[in-house]
Design a binder for this molecule. Structure first.
Ligand code: GLN
Length: 240
């Protein structure tokens, strides 16, 4: 059997990297290594094109409005075509918080001052009064995803755009819509971070499985005592 390989592209790791984004990548790398799956992480920053056939999973982290602005210019000019082609052939994308906002049509941190997105997800983000901060839990595919959110943006899904899941506890996309994140095919966006994947190893495995084109059930089981404890603690923090 040929060696399995997960090829990850980490977009703007020098700019969109708040709240343990590096930890999310490390967890993917470790869970692959423990299973004998080769894993490569290719950083792509400003000016680097995205080859739509070169990656199984594209990761975008969170960032401050100023860094988002810089990345948005590059994303919409240098990488948009590659991102759309990657998604169209079923490539996986995980975008967290600031990165999630950039997958929509635009983010308007200040009224009249729009940061453009690439429209991979049918949504836009507006500024609201105050930040939405705290522990949060949502339901994804019948399972619980638990994390922490901290965003000023309110993300409005277009009719027909599926969320990542319903909010079980916390604020979610707008604080009142009851939905969190967004998902179209293998393109997933969420406000959950801090650190998302180490707290939800099952979700990391879902991404690995999508990236490899296998069923999550087919991944070799791991000793997840620490991961299970981290997940339970994140759920408790969110009150679910
Ligand atoms: N700057 C965005 C907001 O505040 C995203 C923040 C983040 O990535 N944590 O809404």
């Amino acid at each position: 059997m040929p060696e399995q390989q997960l090829r990850i592209a980490a977009l703007y790791p020098d700019l969109l990297n708040i709240y343990a984004d590096r930890g999310n990548l490390l967890l993917l790398e470790r869970r692959c290594a423990w299973r004998g799956i080769a894993c490569t992480i290719t950083p792509l920053s400003l000016g680097d094109r995205l080859d739509p056939d070169a990656h199984d999973l594209v990761y975008l982290g969170g960032g401050q409005d100023r860094d988002q602005q810089l990345c948005a210019e590059d994303l919409t000019t240098v990488k948009a075509e590659g991102m759309h082609a990657h998604a169209a052939r079923g490539g996986a994308v995980l975008a967290v918080c600031g990165g999630f906002q950039l997958l929509g049509h635009h983010y308007e941190p200040v009224a009249g001052d729009r940061i453009p997105g690439i429209g991979l997800l049918d949504l836009h983000t507006e500024r609201g009064d105050g930040r939405l901060i705290g522990n949060v839990a949502i339901e994804v595919d019948g399972r619980t995803l638990a994390g922490f959110e901290n965003h000023a943006g309110r993300t409005v899904l277009a009719p027909g755009q599926a969320p990542l899941g319903p909010v079980l506890a916390g604020h979610g996309n707008t604080g009142s819509s009851g939905s969190e994140g967004a998902r179209t095919g293998n393109v997933l966006g969420t406000y959950l971070h801090g650190p998302l994947l180490p707290k939800n190893a099952w979700f990391a495995d879902l991404l690995i499985a999508i990236g490899l084109g296998v069923d999550p059930e087919d991944l070799a089981p791991l000793d997840d005592r620490f991961e299970d404890a981290a997940h339970a603690a994140a759920r408790r923090a969110a009150g679910v």
